[in-house]
Design a protein around this ligand. Structure first.
Ligand code: ZN
Length: 80
């Protein structure tokens, strides 16, 4: 029987396939971001798909925040 990628429990009922990006190691619903290399689709239970999707959102926000912070610090160094 197929197992959930996140929790390892056998999958019953709804199975959601998420695509793993080899580029950032995150699982995406639908397709991975443009330019990322795909590791293929992996099965999740509904609840774990939601949790995994949330992890991906947090990881993306952190990366965007990091890159913004750096840009802003560079600007501050020039201006102040
Ligand atoms: Zn699971």
């Amino acid at each position: 029987m197929e197992k959930c990628t996140r929790c390892g429990k056998p999958l019953r009922g709804v199975v959601i396939v998420m695509e793993l990006s080899n580029t950032d190691g995150c699982y995406y619903l639908g397709s991975i971001p443009h330019g990322h290399v795909s590791q293929g689709g992996f099965p999740f239970g509904e609840r774990c798909a939601v949790l995994e999707g949330t992890d991906t959102v947090l990881s993306l926000s952190n990366r965007i925040a990091e890159s913004y912070k750096k840009t802003n610090e560079d600007l501050q160094r020039k201006v102040l």
